[in-house]
Design a protein around this ligand. Structure first.
Ligand code: GLN
Length: 531
C-alpha cells in the first residue's frame, strides 16, 4: 500500500514548490524508498503542449511523448527516473474523462457532479499511478495557490483521500512565503497564517510547513508559525533563497525533514546516502572556471522558458568544474546589427515561427565561420541546415514553416503531418531511436551506436537535399531508424559544431550530463582556457 505526501502552496505562486517537492522526494529516495511523483495542474488545458512557454514556462517532454508541466522535469532530474504523461493531472484531462464516461452511460441515471464524480476521478487517478508505479511513497504536488477556484476540486479530493487512507498514510506539506519587511527587518508570518486558515476552512490541516524566505527562519519565526498554524515547532522548515536549487534537499535534510515525514507516515527510519549529491553540489558551488554561453532566442523575462537547458548547463558544468554564465541574446537584435561578442560558445535553442529566425541564422553563420563552439537544438538544428544551404551551397532556401513558398524547401513538414489540423499533442513527440555513425563527433560523445532522445517537432530536413549537403561537407552523424530522418549534424573541420533534431536537454540529469551539452561546455572551456 503506497503512502502519500501531498504538497500544497499558499500566499503566491512561483515559490519553488516544485523544488521543495522534488527535494523531499529525493531525500526519501536516498533512504532506499521507491518514489513516484504526480503534478496536478488545475488549468483547463489538457496538457502543457498548447501553452506559451513565455507565460507558463517550458513545455517539458517525457519519454512517452507527454507534453507536461516543467515540474515533471524537476522530478525526473532530482529522482533520476522517467515519468509518464499520466503523472501530470490537469483539470482538462479530468473533466474530459468524466464527460466521456457520462456520454458512454457509465453514470446512467445519476446527476454528474463535482463531488463525488470529479473528486472520485481525481482520487482514482492518483491511486492508480501510485499503485502501478510500485512506489512506497507517492508525492503529489498541487499546482496553484490555496484559495484559487481552480484548485478546489483537487483539494477536496485529497481531503477525502486522507480520510479514506488514514492518518498514518497521508501527510500534508504546506509551502508558503515568509517575507521580510525591509523597514523593520522582521520575518512576517501573517501571510502563512492566512493561507493555513484558508486550507483549514476546506478541511485540510497541514502536518508540516515549509516556509520560503530570503533568509533562514529565525527560531521565533518558527515558534510563531507553530503556534498560529497548529503544527509542532519541529514541523516548521525553512527553505531560504539559494543560488543553486540542488542545495535545497541538503538544507531541508539538516533540519530533519525526512525523519519527521517518515515518523508521520509510520515508516522505518533509514540512513540516507547523499554523498554523491553533496559532491555534485560542491562541484557546482566550487567551480573555478567560468564560460560565457550565448543563448540566442526570443528574449524572455521568464528564465523558466528554457529551464531544462539551464539545468543541462549546470550538470555539464559540474562535471567540468565550470560555471556556465548565460548571455541572453535577442535574435531580432542580431538582425538589427547587434554583434555577438565576448562569448565562448553559442546555443540556438528550439523555437517556432518567423520572429528572430534570420537573427538565429546569422548567429549560426558567425559560430561556423569563427570556429566558436555551437550547439543547435531542434529549430536550431533546422536553421543550421538553412544556413549551410544558403551560405555554402548557395541556395535560396528556407524552412517551409517560415516561408511556405521558398524556392528550395530544405526543411519541410514531416509527411505524417500533412493534413493535421488539431494542434494539441500532434507533433512528432517523445523518445525515438537514433543510429549514430561511428567515427563521428556524435559517436565520441555518446559512445554508443543506438540512442533514444526526446523529440517535439513538425518539420525535418528535406531528404532531397541530404546528398548535396553531405557533398559539401556537412555530416549527418545521427539518423532515425527509418533512415530518412536526419537527427544529428556536425562539421568535421570545426572545434565543435553540432546540432540535433531532438532535445538533449530533457534527458540531462545531475551526475549524468547530456553528452551534447557536456561536449559543448568542454569545447567552450577549451576555447577559453586552452586544451
Ligand atoms: N518549429 C520547428 C518544428 O516544428 C522546431 C520545433 C522545436 O524547436 N521544438 O519542427
Amino acid at each position: 500500500m503506497p503512502k502519500y505526501i501531498i504538497v500544497t502552496g499558499g500566499v503566491l505562486s512561483g515559490l519553488g514548490k516544485g523544488i521543495v517537492t522534488s527535494s523531499i522526494a529525493l531525500l526519501l529516495k536516498s533512504r532506499g524508498y521507491k518514489i513516484t511523483a504526480i503534478k496536478i495542474d488545475p488549468y483547463l488545458n489538457c496538457d502543457a503542449g498548447t501553452m506559451n512557454p513565455f507565460q507558463h514556462g517550458e513545455v517539458f517532454v517525457l519519454e512517452d511523448g507527454g507534453e507536461v508541466d516543467l515540474d515533471l522535469g524537476n522530478y525526473e532530474r532530482f529522482l533520476d527516473i522517467n515519468l509518464s504523461r499520466d503523472n501530470n493531472i490537469t483539470t482538462g484531462r479530468v473533466y474530459k474523462n468524466v464527460i466521456e464516461k457520462e456520454r458512454r452511460g457509465d453514470y446512467l441515471g445519476k446527476t454528474v457532479q463535482i463531488v463525488p464524480h470529479i473528486t472520485d476521478e481525481i482520487k482514482g487517478w492518483i491511486r492508480r499511478i501510485a499503485e502501478e508505479s510500485g512506489a512506497d511513497i507517492c508525492v503529489v504536488e498541487i499546482g496553484g495557490t490555496v484559495g484559487d477556484i481552480e484548485s478546489m476540486p483537487f483539494l477536496e479530493a485529497v481531503r477525502q483521500l486522507h480520510l479514506e487512507e488514514g492518518e498514518e498514510n497521508v501527510v500534508f506539506v504546506h509551502t508558503t512565503l515568509v517575507p521580510i519587511l525591509k523597514v523593520v527587518g522582521e520575518q512576517k508570518t501573517k501571510p502563512t497564517q492566512h493561507s493555513v486558515k484558508e486550507l483549514r476552512a476546506i478541511g485540510i490541516s497541514p502536518d508540516m510547513i515549509v516556509a520560503r524566505s530570503p533568509e533562514p527562519l529565525k527560531k521565533e519565526t518558527k515558534e510563531k508559525i507553530s503556534l498560529f498554524c497548529n503544527v509542532p515547532v519541529n514541523a516548521v522548515f525553512s527553505s531560504p533563497d539559494v543560488e543553486c536549487i540542488y542545495e535545497v534537499p541538503l538544507i531541508l535534510e539538516r533540519q530533519g525533514i525526512s525523519k519527521y515525514i517518515l515518523q508521520s507516515l509510520s515508516l522505518e527510519y533509514k540512513e540516507a546516502d547523499l554523498k554523491k549529491w553533496e559532491n555534485f553540489v560542491n562541484r557546482i558551488k566550487g567551480a573555478k572556471k567560468v564560460v560565457n554561453v550565448a543563448m540566442v532566442g526570443k528574449y524572455t523575462a521568464l528564465g523558466d522558458s528554457y529551464i531544462s537547458i539551464l539545468e543541462a548547463f549546470r550538470h555539464a558544468g559540474a562535471e567540468l568544474d565550470t560555471k556556465v554564465n548565460v548571455v541572453w541574446i535577442e535574435a531580432e537584435e542580431i538582425e538589427e546589427g547587434k554583434k555577438i561578442e565576448g562569448v565562448d560558445a553559442i546555443l540556438v535553442p528550439g523555437g517556432f515561427g518567423e520572429r528572430g529566425a534570420e537573427g538565429k541564422i546569422m548567429a549560426i553563420e558567425h559560430a561556423r565561420k569563427n570556429k566558436i563552439p555551437f550547439l543547435g537544438i531542434c529549430f536550431g538544428f533546422q536553421l543550421a541546415v538553412v544556413e549551410y544551404g544558403r551560405n555554402v551551397l548557395g541556395l535560396d532556401c528556407h524552412s517551409t514553416e517560415i516561408k511556405p513558398d521558398t524556392k528550395h524547401p530544405i526543411i519541410m513538414i514531416l509527411p505524417e503531418q500533412y493534413g493535421v489540423k488539431q494542434l494539441g499533442g500532434t507533433m512528432r513527440l517523445g523518445a525515438q531511436p537514433i543510429t549514430i555513425k561511428e567515427g563521428t563527433l556524435a559517436y565520441s560523445l555518446y559512445r554508443k551506436k543506438k540512442i533514444y532522445e526526446r523529440h517535439r517537432h513538425r518539420y525535418e530536413v528535406n531528404p532531397e537535399y541530404i546528398d548535396m549537403l553531405e557533398k559539401h561537407g556537412l555530416v549527418f552523424s545521427g539518423i532515425a531508424e527509418d533512415k530518412i530522418r536526419m537527427e544529428i549534424l556536425e562539421l568535421p573541420d570545426h572545434p565543435y559544431f553540432i546540432a540535433s533534431q531532438f532535445h538533449p536537454e530533457f534527458k540531462s540529469r545531475p551526475l549524468k550530463p547530456a553528452p551534447l551539452f557536456y561536449g559543448f561546455i568542454k569545447a567552450a572551456v577549451e576555447k577559453k582556457y586552452g586544451v
